[in-house]
Ligand binder design. Structure first.
Ligand SMILES: CC(C)(COP(=O)(O)OP(=O)(O)OC[C@H]1O[C@@H](n2cnc3c(N)ncnc32)[C@H](O)[C@@H]1OP(=O)(O)O)[C@@H](O)C(=O)NCCC(=O)NCCS
Length: 203
Protein backbone atom coordinates (compact mmCIF):
# COMPACT_ATOMS: atom_id res chain seq x y z
CA UNK A 1 0.00 0.00 0.00
CA UNK A 2 1.10 3.58 -0.66
CA UNK A 3 2.89 5.17 2.25
CA UNK A 4 1.87 8.68 3.19
CA UNK A 5 4.44 11.46 2.98
CA UNK A 6 3.87 14.54 5.09
CA UNK A 7 5.35 17.57 3.38
CA UNK A 8 3.73 20.93 4.01
CA UNK A 9 2.74 22.89 0.95
CA UNK A 10 1.02 26.17 0.18
CA UNK A 11 -2.46 24.73 -0.19
CA UNK A 12 -2.22 21.75 2.06
CA UNK A 13 -0.25 18.64 2.79
CA UNK A 14 0.83 17.27 -0.57
CA UNK A 15 0.90 13.50 -0.47
CA UNK A 16 1.90 12.54 -3.95
CA UNK A 17 2.06 14.00 -7.40
CA UNK A 18 1.12 12.17 -10.55
CA UNK A 19 1.48 12.84 -14.23
CA UNK A 20 -0.26 9.65 -15.31
CA UNK A 21 -3.55 11.29 -16.24
CA UNK A 22 -4.15 13.87 -18.96
CA UNK A 23 -3.55 16.78 -16.57
CA UNK A 24 -1.03 16.65 -13.74
CA UNK A 25 -2.50 16.23 -10.32
CA UNK A 26 -1.53 15.94 -6.71
CA UNK A 27 -3.10 14.36 -3.65
CA UNK A 28 -3.83 16.22 -0.46
CA UNK A 29 -5.48 15.55 2.83
CA UNK A 30 -8.66 17.54 3.52
CA UNK A 31 -8.51 20.13 6.31
CA UNK A 32 -11.26 22.23 7.92
CA UNK A 33 -9.77 25.44 6.62
CA UNK A 34 -10.40 24.18 3.09
CA UNK A 35 -14.16 23.81 3.62
CA UNK A 36 -15.18 27.00 1.85
CA UNK A 37 -12.83 26.32 -1.03
CA UNK A 38 -13.63 22.65 -1.60
CA UNK A 39 -16.84 21.51 0.07
CA UNK A 40 -19.07 22.86 -2.74
CA UNK A 41 -17.05 21.02 -5.39
CA UNK A 42 -16.88 17.87 -3.25
CA UNK A 43 -20.68 17.90 -3.02
CA UNK A 44 -21.05 18.61 -6.74
CA UNK A 45 -18.68 15.80 -7.72
CA UNK A 46 -20.32 13.23 -5.48
CA UNK A 47 -23.91 14.31 -6.19
CA UNK A 48 -23.38 13.90 -9.93
CA UNK A 49 -23.16 10.09 -9.76
CA UNK A 50 -25.14 9.42 -6.62
CA UNK A 51 -28.58 7.83 -6.56
CA UNK A 52 -29.29 9.48 -3.19
CA UNK A 53 -28.13 13.09 -2.73
CA UNK A 54 -26.76 13.82 0.74
CA UNK A 55 -27.43 17.00 2.71
CA UNK A 56 -24.59 19.28 3.79
CA UNK A 57 -24.92 17.79 7.28
CA UNK A 58 -23.94 14.35 6.05
CA UNK A 59 -20.73 15.78 4.59
CA UNK A 60 -20.01 17.73 7.76
CA UNK A 61 -20.68 14.66 9.91
CA UNK A 62 -17.80 12.90 8.19
CA UNK A 63 -15.48 15.84 7.53
CA UNK A 64 -15.70 17.42 11.02
CA UNK A 65 -14.86 14.18 12.79
CA UNK A 66 -12.63 12.36 10.31
CA UNK A 67 -11.00 15.01 8.11
CA UNK A 68 -7.76 13.02 8.42
CA UNK A 69 -9.48 10.21 6.51
CA UNK A 70 -10.56 12.41 3.60
CA UNK A 71 -8.24 12.82 0.61
CA UNK A 72 -8.57 14.89 -2.52
CA UNK A 73 -6.95 14.71 -5.94
CA UNK A 74 -6.42 18.23 -7.27
CA UNK A 75 -5.36 19.62 -10.62
CA UNK A 76 -1.78 20.84 -10.24
CA UNK A 77 -2.35 23.98 -12.30
CA UNK A 78 -5.84 25.08 -11.25
CA UNK A 79 -6.18 23.32 -7.87
CA UNK A 80 -9.66 22.26 -8.97
CA UNK A 81 -11.09 19.04 -7.55
CA UNK A 82 -10.56 15.87 -9.61
CA UNK A 83 -11.43 13.21 -7.05
CA UNK A 84 -12.31 12.71 -3.41
CA UNK A 85 -12.70 9.96 -0.83
CA UNK A 86 -14.56 10.42 2.49
CA UNK A 87 -14.36 7.89 5.33
CA UNK A 88 -14.84 7.31 9.03
CA UNK A 89 -13.33 5.03 11.64
CA UNK A 90 -15.14 3.83 14.74
CA UNK A 91 -14.69 1.18 17.37
CA UNK A 92 -17.67 -1.12 17.70
CA UNK A 93 -17.61 -2.18 21.32
CA UNK A 94 -20.77 -4.29 20.99
CA UNK A 95 -18.90 -6.65 18.66
CA UNK A 96 -16.86 -9.45 20.14
CA UNK A 97 -13.97 -8.72 20.27
CA UNK A 98 -14.35 -4.89 19.94
CA UNK A 99 -13.52 -4.05 16.35
CA UNK A 100 -12.09 -0.89 14.86
CA UNK A 101 -13.99 -0.55 11.61
CA UNK A 102 -13.11 1.86 8.84
CA UNK A 103 -15.90 2.85 6.50
CA UNK A 104 -15.56 4.31 3.01
CA UNK A 105 -18.61 6.54 2.72
CA UNK A 106 -18.02 8.29 -0.60
CA UNK A 107 -15.58 8.03 -3.48
CA UNK A 108 -15.80 9.83 -6.79
CA UNK A 109 -13.51 10.87 -9.61
CA UNK A 110 -14.55 13.35 -12.30
CA UNK A 111 -15.54 11.58 -15.53
CA UNK A 112 -12.72 13.20 -17.52
CA UNK A 113 -10.06 11.72 -15.22
CA UNK A 114 -11.29 8.16 -14.79
CA UNK A 115 -9.26 5.11 -15.75
CA UNK A 116 -5.90 6.54 -14.66
CA UNK A 117 -5.69 5.12 -11.17
CA UNK A 118 -6.94 8.21 -9.31
CA UNK A 119 -9.59 6.33 -7.32
CA UNK A 120 -7.13 3.51 -6.62
CA UNK A 121 -4.64 6.03 -5.17
CA UNK A 122 -7.32 7.77 -3.10
CA UNK A 123 -8.59 4.45 -1.74
CA UNK A 124 -5.06 3.31 -0.87
CA UNK A 125 -4.37 6.57 0.99
CA UNK A 126 -7.59 6.26 2.97
CA UNK A 127 -6.95 2.58 3.77
CA UNK A 128 -3.38 3.39 4.85
CA UNK A 129 -4.66 6.20 7.09
CA UNK A 130 -7.23 3.89 8.67
CA UNK A 131 -4.64 1.12 9.14
CA UNK A 132 -2.25 3.59 10.80
CA UNK A 133 -5.04 4.43 13.24
CA UNK A 134 -5.59 0.79 14.14
CA UNK A 135 -8.42 -0.29 11.83
CA UNK A 136 -9.10 -4.02 11.91
CA UNK A 137 -11.19 -3.91 8.78
CA UNK A 138 -12.62 -1.53 6.19
CA UNK A 139 -16.16 -1.85 4.88
CA UNK A 140 -18.39 -0.10 2.36
CA UNK A 141 -21.52 -0.60 0.33
CA UNK A 142 -21.77 -0.20 -3.40
CA UNK A 143 -24.59 -0.74 -5.87
CA UNK A 144 -24.52 -4.23 -7.35
CA UNK A 145 -24.59 -2.66 -10.82
CA UNK A 146 -21.54 -0.46 -10.17
CA UNK A 147 -18.99 -2.72 -11.82
CA UNK A 148 -16.16 -0.13 -12.03
CA UNK A 149 -16.37 0.37 -8.27
CA UNK A 150 -16.63 -3.36 -7.50
CA UNK A 151 -13.62 -4.11 -9.74
CA UNK A 152 -11.63 -1.33 -8.10
CA UNK A 153 -12.30 -2.55 -4.56
CA UNK A 154 -11.79 -6.23 -5.37
CA UNK A 155 -8.42 -5.36 -6.91
CA UNK A 156 -7.54 -3.75 -3.58
CA UNK A 157 -8.40 -6.96 -1.71
CA UNK A 158 -12.02 -6.34 -0.71
CA UNK A 159 -14.44 -9.23 -0.96
CA UNK A 160 -18.23 -9.37 -1.11
CA UNK A 161 -19.45 -10.25 2.36
CA UNK A 162 -23.15 -9.81 1.80
CA UNK A 163 -25.83 -8.77 -0.66
CA UNK A 164 -28.18 -6.09 0.69
CA UNK A 165 -31.47 -6.39 -1.16
CA UNK A 166 -33.16 -3.11 -2.23
CA UNK A 167 -30.68 -1.24 -0.08
CA UNK A 168 -30.99 2.10 -1.89
CA UNK A 169 -33.99 4.41 -2.20
CA UNK A 170 -34.07 3.75 -5.94
CA UNK A 171 -34.71 0.08 -5.19
CA UNK A 172 -31.26 -1.09 -6.26
CA UNK A 173 -29.46 -3.72 -4.24
CA UNK A 174 -25.97 -3.33 -2.86
CA UNK A 175 -22.98 -5.44 -1.96
CA UNK A 176 -21.23 -4.98 1.33
CA UNK A 177 -17.52 -5.19 0.60
CA UNK A 178 -14.98 -5.92 3.30
CA UNK A 179 -11.21 -5.63 3.51
CA UNK A 180 -9.67 -7.42 6.47
CA UNK A 181 -6.57 -5.65 7.75
CA UNK A 182 -6.04 -8.08 10.63
CA UNK A 183 -7.84 -11.14 11.76
CA UNK A 184 -10.94 -10.21 13.71
CA UNK A 185 -13.55 -12.08 15.68
CA UNK A 186 -16.68 -13.86 14.51
CA UNK A 187 -18.89 -10.76 14.92
CA UNK A 188 -16.88 -8.59 12.55
CA UNK A 189 -18.14 -7.14 9.25
CA UNK A 190 -18.47 -10.65 7.83
CA UNK A 191 -21.53 -10.88 9.94
CA UNK A 192 -22.55 -7.25 9.88
CA UNK A 193 -26.04 -5.81 10.38
CA UNK A 194 -29.11 -7.52 9.04
CA UNK A 195 -30.53 -6.45 5.70
CA UNK A 196 -34.20 -5.59 5.24
CA UNK A 197 -35.30 -9.10 4.28
CA UNK A 198 -33.53 -10.57 7.28
CA UNK A 199 -35.05 -7.92 9.55
CA UNK A 200 -38.54 -8.83 8.29
CA UNK A 201 -37.83 -12.52 8.79
CA UNK A 202 -37.08 -12.09 12.47
CA UNK A 203 -39.66 -9.32 13.11
C1 LIG B 1 -15.66 4.10 -9.49
C2 LIG B 1 -14.71 5.28 -9.76
C3 LIG B 1 -14.49 6.02 -8.44
C4 LIG B 1 -13.38 4.75 -10.30
O1 LIG B 1 -12.51 5.86 -10.49
P1 LIG B 1 -11.18 5.76 -11.42
O2 LIG B 1 -10.28 6.85 -11.04
O3 LIG B 1 -11.59 5.65 -12.84
O4 LIG B 1 -10.59 4.35 -10.94
P2 LIG B 1 -9.14 3.80 -11.32
O5 LIG B 1 -8.60 4.57 -12.47
O6 LIG B 1 -8.34 3.71 -10.10
O7 LIG B 1 -9.49 2.34 -11.80
C5 LIG B 1 -10.33 2.22 -12.96
C6 LIG B 1 -9.64 1.46 -14.08
O8 LIG B 1 -8.48 2.14 -14.49
C7 LIG B 1 -7.37 1.22 -14.51
N1 LIG B 1 -6.14 1.90 -14.12
C8 LIG B 1 -5.67 2.04 -12.86
N2 LIG B 1 -4.52 2.72 -12.89
C9 LIG B 1 -4.29 3.04 -14.17
C10 LIG B 1 -3.26 3.75 -14.84
N3 LIG B 1 -2.23 4.29 -14.17
N4 LIG B 1 -3.36 3.91 -16.16
C11 LIG B 1 -4.39 3.37 -16.84
N5 LIG B 1 -5.41 2.69 -16.27
C12 LIG B 1 -5.34 2.53 -14.95
C13 LIG B 1 -7.71 0.21 -13.50
O9 LIG B 1 -7.04 -1.01 -13.75
C14 LIG B 1 -9.19 0.10 -13.67
O10 LIG B 1 -9.46 -0.80 -14.70
P3 LIG B 1 -10.80 -1.66 -14.71
O11 LIG B 1 -11.82 -0.79 -15.35
O12 LIG B 1 -10.46 -2.85 -15.50
O13 LIG B 1 -11.14 -2.00 -13.29
C15 LIG B 1 -15.32 6.26 -10.80
O14 LIG B 1 -15.75 5.52 -11.93
C16 LIG B 1 -16.46 7.12 -10.27
O15 LIG B 1 -16.25 8.20 -9.74
N6 LIG B 1 -17.71 6.63 -10.44
C17 LIG B 1 -18.87 7.35 -9.95
C18 LIG B 1 -18.96 7.35 -8.42
C19 LIG B 1 -18.91 5.96 -7.86
O16 LIG B 1 -19.50 5.03 -8.42
N7 LIG B 1 -18.22 5.81 -6.73
C20 LIG B 1 -18.05 4.55 -6.04
C21 LIG B 1 -19.17 4.41 -5.06
S1 LIG B 1 -18.80 3.09 -3.94
Amino acid sequence: MAALASASAAVSEVLAASSSSASKLYYTRYEHRLEQQYLPSIRALITKDLSEPYSIYVYRYFLYQWSQLCFMALDQETSSLIGVIICKLETHASISPPTSRGYIAMLAVSAAHRGHGVATSLARMAIDAMAERGADEVVLETEETNLPAIRLYERLGFFRSKKLHRYYLNGNSAYRLVLLLRSVGPDSALDLSLDDEERQLIA
